[in-house]
Design a protein around this ligand. Structure first.
Ligand SMILES: Nc1nc2c(ncn2[C@@H]2O[C@H](COP(=O)(O)OP(=O)(O)OP(=O)(O)O)[C@@H](O)[C@H]2O)c(=O)[nH]1
Ligand SMILES: [Mg+2]
Length: 213
């Protein structure tokens, strides 16, 4: 991409994320998904990794997606319309791998997440969020494998970067990038973010707009 194109993309991203963004609906099952009338970008990742917080920070809105200290806060697929007229949708998902929830609930979420990720034609990219303190866990690798097998493009995003030292952040970024490089559907770039400090927001906004353009 040329410098001009990059600047244009940044400007588009800045405008879209500062403009109209509205909660559309919550889907507790696949039969409740909205009409596939716009491209979608979904936030996936382990419970409590910071999906809802990142969506809020990205959109400069504090209470758009509900967040909580307690894992298992987001229980449905939540759709947010970006742009008026509508340009794309952001989708906040329940976390995977939440061991403390009842087994049947975990199963239900897993099916909902997997079916959505694998089968949604308008899904342009999944953002797979990974806690910078912990790096990739087995469950993340499983989800990545599922996305690779379904040829769904995904971007690995480190969260809570404010909680680790700069040297640790560099290490985890390098390790995650090495894994991503071997994965067919993974974007090679790793975006480190913090919903506390705002680190990585411009890069992530650009990545989202690029994915839906
Ligand atoms: N320090 C720090 N805390 C964060 C960050 N992002 C999220 N948190 C905290 O982590 C907790 C979980 O955040 P959520 O955004 O609710 O996480 P989630 O992935 O949506 O969780 P579920 O919906 O339960 O799967 C909250 O207490 C947030 O305040 C971050 O970048 N830095
Ligand atoms: Mg959430």
């Amino acid at each position: 991409m040329s410098e001009d194109e990059e600047a244009a993309l940044d400007e588009t991203a800045r405008k879209l994320f500062s403009g109209p963004i509205a909660f559309l609906k919550s889907a507790p099952g696949l039969q409740f998904l909205p009409d596939p009338s716009a491209p979608e970008v979904a936030f996936a990742g382990r419970s409590n990794v910071g999906k809802s917080s990142l969506l809020n920070k990205l959109t400069h809105r504090t209470g758009l997606a509900r967040t909580s200290n307690t894992p298992g806060r987001t229980q449905e697929l939540n759709f947010f319309d970006v742009g008026a007229p509508l340009r794309f949708r952001l989708v906040d998902m329940p976390g995977y791998g939440f061991a403390k929830a009842p087994k049947d609930v975990v199963r239900k979420w897993r099916f909902l997440i997997n079916d959505y990720l694998r089968g949604r034609a308008v899904l342009k990219r999944a953002l797979v969020l990974v806690d910078a303190r912990h790096g990739l866990k087995d469950i993340d690798l499983e989800v990545m494998k599922m996305l690779d097998d379904a040829a769904v493009s995904y971007h690995l995003v480190l969260t809570k970067a404010d909680k680790v030292k700069a040297s640790e952040l560099a290490d985890v970024t390098a390790r995650v990038a090495a894994t991503a490089a071997k994965r067919p559907a993974a974007h090679p770039e790793i975006i480190a973010t913090s919903s506390e400090t705002g680190l990585g927001m411009e890069a992530l906004r650009r990545a989202v707009v690029e994915a839906v353009s």
